[in-house]
Design a protein around this ligand. Structure first.
Ligand code: NAP
Length: 310
C-alpha cells in the first residue's frame, strides 16, 4: 500500500493570490502543493496588459506576469500540478483534497479559487457563447476584426475591455442599464474620448439571436420602455463576477453575496484553512490586493503550523 503523504499546505487555485501564497510558503520551506484549476494564473492570464502592478512602469502582459509568479514560487520549492479539485473534506485534519488524479492530504489549505464572470441570463446568451458572445475581450477580440461589437456593463472591466476591443473592432457600442458609468474617471475619459466607442444609455439587452452565430440583439430602453433590434456580430459581457465557491458550500462560511468570509488574518471559520483573492474579496479585486492577501494567508498558515509543532 502506498504511504499517505501529508503536505504542509495545499493551495487551491493559481491566480495572483495562490501563487503569492506559494511563494511565501515555499520560502518558509513548507513545499506547498498548488492545484492550478482549469487555467494557470486565473483571470489575469486572460488580461492583455496589467498597468497597475507596481514594479512595471510600462505595464506587463498578464501571461508574462503569471509566468514570473510561477517561476518565482517554483524556485523556492513550490510544486504546481495542472489538476482540478473536485471535493474537499473539511471535517477532519489533515484535510482531504480530491482531484482528478486522486486524494491528497494537507495540514493547512489556502483557498484561492477566484471568481467567474456574471451572466446576463437572457435567451441566446448560453447558446451563442463562443459564437459571438464572450466574457473576455483579450481572448476573443481578434475574432472581431473589422466588425461592430456591443459591450454590456458600465464598470471598469467594461471600459477597459471595450477600449481594448477598439484595436480590432470597427466600432464598440457600450450598452449600459443606467445613464451614468460606474467605472473610474480615468477609464471613463479614455472611453468618451475614443472615436470608436459609442454609448447606448438606460438600456438592457433582452435577447440575443442569430443563425449559428450572433446576428442581432433586442434592446429594451428602461426609461421609455421602447424596444428595438440591433444588428451585431459580437456581444461582450462585463457585468461583474461570481465567486467560485461550490467546493466549500455548507462547509466554509460565506457572506450574503457568496464570498468566503475571512478575518484580518485571512483565516476562515475552519482552523488552518485560509482564503485569499477574489473568492474572498468582492471589493478590491486587483492583482496586487489578491497577491497581498495570498502572502498574508501563507504567513498566517506558517504561524499556525509552528504553533501546532510546539
Ligand atoms: P462592477 O464594478 O461591479 O460593474 C459591473 C457593471 O455591470 C455595472 O456597471 C453594473 O451596472 C453592470 N451590471 C451588473 N449586472 C448587470 C445586469 N444584470 N445587466 C446589465 N448590467 C449589469 O464590475 P467590474 O467592472 O467587473 O469591476 C469589478 C471590480 O474590479 C471593481 O471594483 C473595479 O474597480 C475593479 N476593476 C478595476 C480595474 C482597473 O482598475 N483597471 C479593471 C477592472 C476591474 P450598474 O452600474 O447599474 O450597477
Amino acid at each position: 500500500m502506498t504511504e499517505k503523504i501529508i503536505h504542509n499546505m495545499i493551495i487551491i487555485g493559481s491566480g495572483p493570490a495562490g501563487l503569492a501564497a506559494a511563494l511565501y510558503a515555499s520560502r518558509a520551506n513548507l513545499e506547498p502543493l498548488v492545484f492550478t484549476g482549469m487555467l494557470l494564473g486565473g483571470q489575469v492570464a486572460q488580461t492583455h496588459s496589467v498597468e497597475n502592478y507596481p514594479g512595471f512602469p510600462e505595464g506587463i502582459g498578464g501571461l508574462e506576469l503569471v509566468d514570473a509568479f510561477k517561476q518565482q514560487a517554483e524556485r523556492f520549492g513550490t510544486r504546481i500540478e495542472f489538476d482540478h479539485v473536485t471535493n474537499i473534506d473539511f471535517s477532519e485534519r489533515p484535510y482531504k483534497v480530491t482531484t482528478y488524479n486522486g486524494d491528497h492530504y494537507a495540514k493547512t489549505l489556502v483557498l484561492t479559487t477566484g471568481a467567474n464572470p456574471r451572466k446576463l441570463d437572457i435567451p441566446g446568451e448560453e447558446e451563442f457563447t463562443g459564437r459571438g458572445v464572450s466574457y473576455c475581450g483579450t481572448c476573443d477580440g481578434h475574432f472581431f476584426t473589422g466588425k461592430d461589437v456591443l459591450v454590456v456593463g458600465g464598470g471598469d472591466s467594461a471600459m477597459e475591455e471595450g477600449l481594448f476591443l477598439t484595436r480590432y473592432a470597427t466600432s464598440v457600442t457600450v450598452v449600459h442599464r443606467r445613464e451614468e458609468l460606474r467605472a473610474g474617471k480615468l477609464l471613463q475619459e479614455r472611453a468618451f474620448n475614443n472615436p470608436k466607442v459609442n454609448f447606448i444609455w438606460d438600456t438592457e439587452i433582452k435577447d440575443i439571436t442569430g443563425n449559428g452565430v450572433v446576428e442581432k440583439v433586442t434592446l429594451h430602453n428602461r426609461k421609455s420602455g421602447e424596444e428595438s433590434e440591433r444588428e451585431t456580430e459580437g456581444v461582450f459581457i462585463f457585468i461583474g463576477h461570481i465567486p467560485n465557491t461550490e467546493l466549500y458550500e455548507g462547509q466554509v462560511e460565506m457572506d450574503d453575496l457568496g464570498y468566503l468570509v475571512v478575518d484580518k488574518y485571512m483565516q476562515t471559520n475552519i482552523p488552518g484553512v485560509y482564503a485569499a483573492g477574489e473568492v474572498a474579496d468582492s471589493h478590491f479585486r486587483q492583482v496586487i490586493t489578491s497577491a497581498g492577501m495570498g502572502a498574508a494567508a501563507a504567513m498566517q498558515a506558517i504561524h499556525f503550523l509552528e504553533a501546532q509543532a510546539d
